[in-house]
Write a protein that binds this ligand. Structure first.
Ligand code: NMX
Ligand code: MLT
Length: 423
């Protein structure tokens, strides 16, 4: 048995006890009301379910278990997955064990590549990625065990098994799609000596003579891992998994939400915007020119990608971590320079416009400039990278929900007439 599974086996009885006791002793306590504005406004701020993997503070951003994000950016993505799942940072043995688990399942079946190669040339890389996951759905152990009639108490184990199988393959699936879609030649094999993020870089075939691209991808996959339970992709995955759809179906459902421009696709949109600025001015423009460029974009009815957030009311610590990385490694780069200047220019512009509740940058404002510097210039691919990482949070949430026996999601909607008559 893997050390992660063993640890969960020990933790789950207490989690179940806590949940049962809360429902028994405080089951009728009110944790949220819902106003008409919230019913029409994307349920913003409505507390309606439980997620223990992470939480988002409006003032300080992501907290993974009890760790503020900026205090744990040294962790590898695999270690963050362990933390999301168990609440503990893994020790050396646990970390090595998880790395072995991931390595054991990293090879992607050939039938996936047959499908990827036969997709239309202009399929978006996110469509290819989600299709790749769906094609592997027939591998689901959860589905097989469910069909065999396994007890409800055991669901989490097969959810975890599927989760590890799937996560192991995601860097390779992403890298393979990169090579197929952008005509980079033959696929590159997984290297068992490398970790999850290093393997991704290795399998893209992108030159990394300094080793800094690998460091960036370790940070990248760590930072995007989870953002509590209510974001579009996590909530979509949560809802689909609550119907006992297996992790392949559920992760793909979540990632289809991540593919929207107001959510994960904003990272592609953001670098596109920064390159438009660069190409328009043929260099990094002055702050006055940048300000005018942002106003022109707002006046044309478009959003500034990478800025604003439904929960945060501060600069996103994930953005801060990326900017710190850029300052350390690529300070003199023009594209990164535009990103840094936008950080000074955009918030006052959005404040003056007066619409956005949060004028500060989110995770997507800086990540693309760093990828671009290290040679991953094809920005249509960027949301696939967000997806590789975010699948960790979705799977961790799913395993916990199955362990707690969380039932099918089914909130109640109301009609306009009902609102008119009852409010
Ligand atoms: N640029 C221009 N207008 C904005 C922006 C922005 N960056 N952010 C919010 N607004 C507008 C928003 O469109 C809305 O306008 P209207 O009343 O005309 O519909 C108004 O401000 C109020 O919106 P908020 O309540 O502040 O934002 P909301 O919670 O609805 O949406 C986002 C949050 C993130 C969808 C929104 O800020 C946005 O569209 N940002 C740009 C896209 C982006 O960066 N998304 C990535 C989010 C992070 N992620 O990776 O998922
Ligand atoms: C995320 O990482 O999921 C985004 O910041 C969006 C969100 O939290 O709503």
């Amino acid at each position: 048995m893997s050390m992660l599974k063993n640890k969960l086996e020990n933790l789950i009885p207490q989690w179940r006890k806590d949940a049962l006791e809360l429902v028994k002793n405080k089951g009728e306590a009110n944790i949220s009301g819902v106003t008409v504005s919230q019913a029409y406004g994307g349920m913003r701020g409505v507390r309606g379910f439980v997620c223990d993997t992470s939480s988002v503070s409006a003032e300080t951003g992501l907290i993974i278990r009890d760790h503020p994000l900026l205090e744990i950016t040294h962790l590898l993505p695999e270690e963050v997955f362990f933390l999301l799942m168990t609440g503990d940072i893994p020790d050396e043995n646990e970390s090595a064990d998880l790395k072995t688990q991931f390595g054991n399942h990293a090879v992607i079946p050939d039938y996936v590549w047959d499908v990827m190669r036969s997709m239309p040339e202009d399929s978006h890389p996110m469509t290819m990625f989600n299709t790749g996951i769906m094609v592997m759905q027939q591998e689901s152990i959860f589905r097989k065990k469910y069909d065999e009639g396994v007890s409800k108490d055991e669901y989490w184990k097969y959810c975890l098994e599927d989760g590890i199988n799937l996560l192991s393959k995601l860097p390779g699936l992403a890298a393979g799609i990169y090579r197929i879609h952008f005509n980079k030649g033959e696929l590159v094999d997984y290297d068992p000596e490398l970790d999850w993020a290093e393997n991704f870089v290795h399998m893209t075939g992108i030159e990394d003579s300094t080793g800094n691209f690998k460091k960036l991808m370790q940070l990248y996959f760590m930072l995007h891992c989870d953002h509590e339970g209510g974001n579009v992709s996590a909530f979509a995955a949560h809802t689909v998994a609550s119907a006992l759809s297996d992790p392949y179906y559920s992760v793909a459902a979540g990632l289809n939400g991540l593919a929207g421009p107001l959510h994960g696709l904003a990272n592609q949109e953001c670098l596109k915007f920064v390159l438009e600025i660069y190409n328009h001015f043929n260099s990094s423009p002055s702050k006055d020119d940048l300000k005018q460029f942002c106003w022109d974009r707002l006046d044309s009815g478009r959003v500034i990608p990478g800025y604003g957030h439904a929960v945060l009311r501060c600069p996103d610590p994930r953005f801060v971590a990326f900017v710190d990385f850029g300052k350390k490694h690529i300070q003199d780069d023009d594209i990164f320079n535009i990103v840094e200047n936008l950080y000074e220019v955009v918030p006052p512009v959005l404040q003056e416009q007066g619409k956005a509740k949060n004028p500060w940058p989110n995770v997507d404002a800086a990540s693309g400039s760093l990828l671009y510097y290290y040679g991953l210039t094809e920005f249509k691919f960027y949301t696939v990278l967000f997806s590789v990482s975010r699948a960790m949070g979705m799977i961790a949430q799913m395993v916990i929900n199955r362990a707690l026996g969380v039932p099918i999601t089914r909130p109640k909607s109301v009609t306009t007439d009902w609102l008119k008559e009852n409010t």
